[in-house]
Design a protein around this ligand. Structure first.
Ligand code: ADP
Ligand code: MG
Length: 497
């Protein structure tokens, strides 16, 4: 019999949960905590360290440059020349990898696998059995490449089978909403690295996506960074000195702690001794500032406003208004921030907000429920009806994207598109280049390339050769693209899962 556990592999925190058929248990890490920080570090003996121990390396000032955080925000993301990803990220064949000691680079997939291995080991210790499978949650907004990289990380961690499910549907399952009578549910999920908003119709053992929208580069880290910027400016003004880059890495945990403190208190202290060494002074310098909640709220107001705008846009896409929403689930640690909660409440009305479940464990809990159904420990399979989160397109002239499949297209739908422009443009051309992308932008540079296919044709006059493109989104949300050479009738397998 397979043993499947539920995993929330978060940008900031991860969690693993087990459902025995009756109830859910969040499995504690070896340090006795429910959340495992999604942090991987390389210690001074070049060993890989995960979670709290890895975080300690920052607090102890030991090689903070090899303490890797926000791994999930880089998984499956292209490295674009000229962009600033910070001093830890390096370009490995167009992908973002983490720079380790001794010229060793680490991929986000292998670092994610280390986090998953740690969760798997905790589960095996608790259950006294080998765990063979996992339900792993991903944001609804993840593109196909990022989903596949996550699955790869799961396999690398030793899971024989990885079942990928989206975070909002798992949150809805944790609330048991798929079992109740049909209602419209909004899931507002603001985590450490990503924002996800979805509108679901859930109930009677069905979950149907009406809209999915989000921003995979919008989360708590931006709020932290706003505090950091405020601190750097204040320090510059008071001390006429810059905090070094290493100093900023050392300050990061203190800044995040201060942000959390502001959830419960009107002000918070950011104090850290020996933040950085100043060679002019020949001494290490300390930082000690106090930030007021009001100040914090003005610094981060624009980020919260962005989440509200995405929320409104998603409702619009589904032709719905706030009045059509029956309940709003608050998910992600950032929904604890009073000004964030207030913004959501003023949009939907306080009475519709649901936060009975712990916002940073609710996804793991839902994953455990899905895992129990998978193993047959729990009855009642819920059926799903997904829609695409990001459009699929084809790169055309001047690197602009031609839409093939718009966002919001139900899975399992076949659409046939004839692209007349996809032919030879010049006399004597012997290749028709075909590139399939996924992304929200009309500019190919900002999208993720899913496939490149060079179709060879005999040289002839311009426009003498043409390819028709047929696209389909399968039941799993994977894009299948086939082409037909209009002259020879030859089928081109451009993209297959
Ligand atoms: P992820 O899904 O990205 O791993 P989580 O749901 O665990 O994220 O949320 C992590 C984010 O929530 C971090 O930015 C963290 O600082 C923030 N957070 C957690 N608890 C609190 C709190 N009590 N007050 C303010 N922010 C919090
Ligand atoms: Mg999360």
């Amino acid at each position: 019999m397979s043993i499947t556990i539920g995993i929330d592999l978060g940008t900031t925190n991860s969690a693993v949960a087990w459902h025995d058929g009756v109830s859910v248990e969040i499995i504690e890490t070896s340090s006795g905590k429910t959340l495992l920080p999604s942090v991987v570090s390389i210690d001074d003996k070049d060993r890989i360290v995960v979670g709290h121990q890895a975080q300690k390396q920052i607090r102890r000032h030991m090689r903070p440059e090899y303490v890797f955080t926000n791994i999930k925000s880089h998984i499956g993301m292209p490295f674009i020349e000229g962009e600033d990803y910070g001093l830890q990220i390096t370009n490995v064949e167009g992908e973002r990898w983490f720079r380790g000691p001794n010229d060793l680079d680490y991929s986000p997939v292998e670092l994610s696998a280390e986090i998953l291995k740690t969760l798997k080991a905790s589960a095996e210790r608790r259950l006294g059995k080998e765990v063979t499978q996992a339900v792993i949650a991903v944001p609804a907004y993840f593109n196909n490449i990022r989903v596949e990289k996550t699955r790869e990380a799961g396999k690398l961690a030793g899971f024989r089978k990885v079942i990928i499910r989206t975070e909002p549907e798992l949150a809805a399952m944790a609330y048991g909403l798929d079992k109740e009578k049909m209602s419209r549910i909004a899931v507002y999920d603001l985590g450490g690295g990503t924002f996800d908003f979805v509108l679901l119709r859930a109930g009677d053992r069905r979950l149907e996506y009406l809209a999915k929208l989000g921003d995979d580069q919008l989360g708590g880290y931006l709020y932290d960074r706003a505090i950091q910027k405020w601190l750097v400016d204040a320090y510059r003004q008071d001390e006429q000195r810059e905090i070094s880059k290493i100093g900023l890495l050392r300050l990061a945990p203190a800044i995040e702690d201060a942000k959390k403190e502001l959830t419960d208190f009107d002000s918070a202290e950011i104090a850290q001794v020996g933040v950085f060494f100043d060679s002019d002074l020949g001494d290490t310098l300390d930082v000690n500032y106090t930030i007021a909640r009001e100040k914090f709220e003005t610094l981060v107001e624009s980020f919260t406003r962005q989440t509200v705008e995405i929320t409104k846009r998603a409702l619009q896409m589904a032709n719905k208004t706030v009045r059509d929403v029956d309940e709003v689930l608050l998910v992600g640690g950032m929904t604890r921030v009073p000004s964030v909660r207030k913004a959501v409440a003023s949009l939907f009305g306080e009475a519709k907000l649901r936060d009975r479940e712990n916002p940073d464990l609710v996804v793991a809990k839902g994953a455990a429920i899905a895992a129990a159904i998978e193993d047959g420990r729990s009855p009642g399979r819920t059926s799903y009806n997904h829609v695409t989160a990001q459009p699929f397109g084809l790169i055309g002239k001047h690197d602009t994207v031609h839409m093939l499949v718009p966002a919001g297209t139900p899975y399992g739908q076949k659409s046939k598109v004839s692209i007349f422009h996809l032919g030879t443009a010049e006399d004597g051309q012997t290749v028709i280049p075909i590139a399939i992308v996924q992304g929200d932008s009309r500019s190919a540079r900002e999208c993720t390339v899913l496939a490149r296919y060079d179709h060879k044709v005999p040289a002839g006059p311009a426009r003498s050769e043409k390819v028709d493109i047929e696209v389909m989104v399968d039941e799993e949300g994977q894009l299948i693209v086939a082409g037909v050479d209009c002259r020879t009738g030859q089928t081109l397998r451009i993209l297959e899962p």
